[in-house]
Design a protein around this ligand. Structure first.
Ligand code: MG
Ligand code: MG
Length: 272
């Protein structure tokens, strides 16, 4: 059952999403060769607690940390450890926060120093596919329309779309209805309704879409050990259109990247 949110609840959810956005911005300044994912995890936990929230993942389904840290061929759900990041790595960071009873949940894949152009392109295309998907989260559309758009875009670049892990409704629970796969058929699945909030999160592999799970019960890796990228936004359906609750702006500010992708997205929505 889809739990619809009131305008007031959506504003509370924006607050939770923005705590995650700001946490990712703080982390962006710290990501460099030599830093361990466990060090970054501590920074994130402290920041979230200092801002009146609780880490959203810590203890959820018994996950042991604040961040899911998935380097290189890890897709998602990697557990932070003391191994230092290396020049040329990529690191997918997924972060959750719980404030006022509502969850925020979003993710970004970072480059550690200089990365090779092929991997850079994977990151770029995966991030673009996120907006391609979000555009389809609108009145009269269905779950399959978002998945279809993401899949078509990514497979068009020769990439593999992970099947076993999906986006989801978000609210007082981290995972609410509906499931939001990154693949699908147009016009299929549950219809979107005003006031629903979802986490849309393409997990895209450079090679095969197939994955394997590690013995730790958490870490998911690509079957061919090629790199994987993960970008996630929290989005509400307001006035029949997708409204971003999370933002990458703090990341871009930290990294000195000029990007108007979110503003462009909003302008395009206004013209529809
Ligand atoms: Mg997430
Ligand atoms: Mg999620």
């Amino acid at each position: 059952m889809i739990v619809v949110k009131t305008k007031e609840e959506i504003e509370l959810m924006r607050e939770s999403a923005l705590i995650v956005s700001k946490t990712l911005g703080i982390l962006a300044r710290q990501i460099k060769p030599g830093v361990s994912t466990l060090q970054l995890d501590k920074i994130a936990e402290e920041y979230i607690r200092d801002h009146g929230a609780e880490p959203g993942f810590l203890g959820l389904y018994d996950f042991p940390n604040t961040l899911c840290m998935s380097p290189n061929s890890q897709v998602v759900h990697g557990i932070p450890n003391s191994e230092p990041l290396k020049e040329g790595d990529i690191i997918s960071i997924d972060c959750g926060a719980l404030k006022n009873g509502f969850y925020g949940d979003h993710a970004y894949t970072f480059a550690v120093g200089e990365i090779d152009p092929e991997t850079e392109k994977l990151l770029q295309v995966t991030k673009e596919s996120l907006y391609v998907g979000i555009r389809e989260f609108k009145k009269n559309n269905r779950v399959g329309d978002v998945g279809y758009a993401i899949q078509k875009y990514c497979e068009g670049h020769g990439y593999g779309v992970v099947r076993e892990l999906v986006g989801h409704g978000l609210g007082k629970k981290m995972h609410e209805d509906p499931e939001m796969p990154n693949y699908g058929k147009r016009g299929r699945g549950k219809k979107f309704i005003e006031g629903m909030v979802v986490a849309i999160e393409p997990m895209i592999n450079m090679g095969t879409h197939r994955i394997k799970q590690h013995r730790d019960g958490w870490t998911i890796t690509t079957l061919d050990n090629k790199p994987s990228a993960h970008f996630e936004h929290d989005v509400a359906l307001v006035d029949g259109k997708p409204e971003l609750l999370s933002t990458f702006a703090y990341i871009y500010e930290a990294l000195g990247i000029e990007s108007n992708e979110e503003e462009e997205f909003r302008q395009k929505q206004l013209m529809l």
